[in-house]
Write a protein that binds this ligand. Structure first.
Ligand SMILES: *[C@@H]1O[C@H](CO)[C@@H](O)[C@H](O)[C@H]1NC(C)=O
Ligand SMILES: *[C@@H]1O[C@H](CO)[C@@H](O)[C@H](O)[C@H]1NC(C)=O
Length: 371
């Protein structure tokens, strides 16, 4: 009987099944990053998502048309989950904005704990050649090499074609999405904490010693949760190497280090080629709030050091992301009446809808009609 239910529902449904049409897709890497959005927006409806690499459930608010996705950590999970969502026949994502809101390590040369950085360029630090420091030539400063070079930061500097494999540039044009989101949020007074203050005073760089604020920076994605000053030096130089001064937006300036950003953009680009989303620069914003510094204070060993402020950083990401999501919902060019209807207009639950979707896909190909 259970297995017949979807078929019965199919017979009961009108011939056209509306898709869900998210206006904003909120993307997080692991559950704590989405928790506040689920509770406070709220995103109360749960949709099964067995093809996801993270928790196999999506979170949905049909009034606001906001969808929440937790991708799972690392670039592999991020790419898998975004791709799975993009090809999910329940959704029409062609006009959706995507906001990645997560936590990260911040470069003490750019910001402090609890700060929020809007990503400008997303640099890949995962496709690398590696030599252990004990075996590498003595004059090398790092064992992390570009894939197609035989020394760190090797010449020639990356060609535009090589950059395309390693860098995603978000909409940095004057008046574009990134500037708009930054303008909208730059004066938000972010919560400060005693624990932040006592840690940041151990640093010498002025940005690390300042109270939390909203800023712009480039992000580096690696699947390695690294820390330490040598690695931070590599990360800064790597970001500059892949974004030389002549790059659009100027020389790279490392802001935050995390895992998923580049992969999310990569997956969106593929979905765009398939006509399923409106593009990376057209649709993606990335914000990263600082849960920790990416290197310890001067002279302190990275082994002993790892102060990590998960809740405080998740709160800061929410505070900065929220006004942007609210404004995105108002942006012109999105007329829900012509681009599908929210599922609540149908007399079938989302779980049932999902089963129907599978049956339809299996027996009749995908039959979805918008509106
Ligand atoms: C952002 O603010 C700057 C400086 O006030 C202004 O020149 C620019 O037009 C603003 N951009 C957007 C997209 O609002
Ligand atoms: C990064 O570049 C700076 C400036 O050239 C250099 O002093 C530093 O040692 C480099 N660090 C690494 C790890 O390559």
């Amino acid at each position: 009987m259970r297995r017949l239910l979807p078929l019965l529902l199919l017979l009961l449904l009108p011939p056209s099944v509306a898709q869900l049409v998210p206006r904003v897709v909120l993307v997080a890497a692991f559950p704590p990053e989405l928790e506040r959005w689920i509770e406070r927006l709220p995103l109360s409806e749960e949709l099964p998502f067995p093809a996801g690499a993270g928790p196999q459930v999506l979170h949905w608010n049909s009034d606001l048309q906001i969808l929440g996705l937790v991708t799972g950590q690392t670039s592999k999970s991020a790419a898998m989950s975004v791709t799975a969502l993009g090809h999910d026949p329940r959704f029409d994502l062609r006009h959706a904005f995507w906001l990645f809101a997560g936590i990260a390590g911040v470069d003490p040369e750019l910001g402090s704990l609890g700060s929020v950085t809007w990503g400008r360029r997303l640099v890949d630090g995962t496709a690398v050649k590696f030599l252990d420091a004990r075996e590498m030539p003595q004059d090398w400063l790092t064992g992390w090499l570009p894939l197609h070079r035989d020394k760190p930061y090797g010449l020639p500097i990356p060609s535009v074609a090589e950059q395309k494999d390693m860098v995603w540039t978000l909409d940095l044009h004057p008046g574009g999405l990134v500037e708009w989101a930054f303008n909208l949020t730059q004066h938000i007074k972010l919560p400060d904490h005693k624990a932040f203050a006592s840690l940041r005073e151990k640093y010498t760089a002025a940005p690390a010693r300042a109270p939390p604020r909203v800023q712009l920076g480039d992000t580096l994605s690696t699947d390695v949760f690294w820390t330490g000053s040598w690695s931070a030096g590599w990360a800064r130089n790597w970001t500059k190497y892949w974004l030389p001064a002549e790059s659009f937006g100027g020389q790279g300036r490392l802001g935050t280090s995390a895992m998923e950003d580049f992969a999310v953009a990569e997956a969106l680009a593929a979905l765009h080629r398939a006509g399923l989303v409106s593009g990376v620069a057209a649709a993606l914003l990335v914000l990263r709030s600082a849960s920790n510094f990416m290197e310890p204070p001067a002279k302190q060993s990275p082994v002993a050091y790892m102060d990590f402020f998960l809740n405080e950083a998740c709160e800061a990401a929410y505070l900065v992301g929220l006004p942007v999501v609210k404004e995105l919902l108002q942006r012109p060019g999105f007329a829900p009446s012509t681009r599908g209807v929210a599922l609540k207009d149908r007399s079938v639950s989302t779980a049932e809808f999902y089963q129907v979707a599978q049956v339809q896909r299996g027996t009749h190909g995908v039959r979805y009609f918008v509106g």
